[in-house]
Design a binder for this molecule. Structure first.
Ligand SMILES: [Zn+2]
Length: 81
């Protein structure tokens, strides 16, 4: 029997498509509810931090770029989700 390469390729294409289809510029969820992400609420800060840790730049615009590093005396909240 031959290996069903066509299915494997299809599967890979779908997986790749799902990755590429992720609209990063549309998936922000700012607590401010305005048209532009505020950049300072917990949601924005966590997002900015995630992009920073991933070594990439967040493509969306922010009203203000908050500190992405934990403030002095503040412990990491990454396990709070
Ligand atoms: Zn925000």
């Amino acid at each position: 029997m031959k290996t069903p390469l066509i299915h494997m390729q299809k599967k890979e294409i779908v997986a790749l498509g799902l990755e590429l289809a992720a609209p990063l510029e549309l998936t922000w969820s700012c607590y401010s509810g305005s048209e532009v992400a505020c950049g300072v609420c917990e949601s924005c800060v966590l997002r900015l931090r995630a992009f920073e840790q991933a070594g990439t730049k967040d493509p969306i615009a922010y009203a203000k770029r908050g500190e992405t590093r934990p403030q002095a005396g503040e412990t990491s909240q990454e396990g709070a989700a």
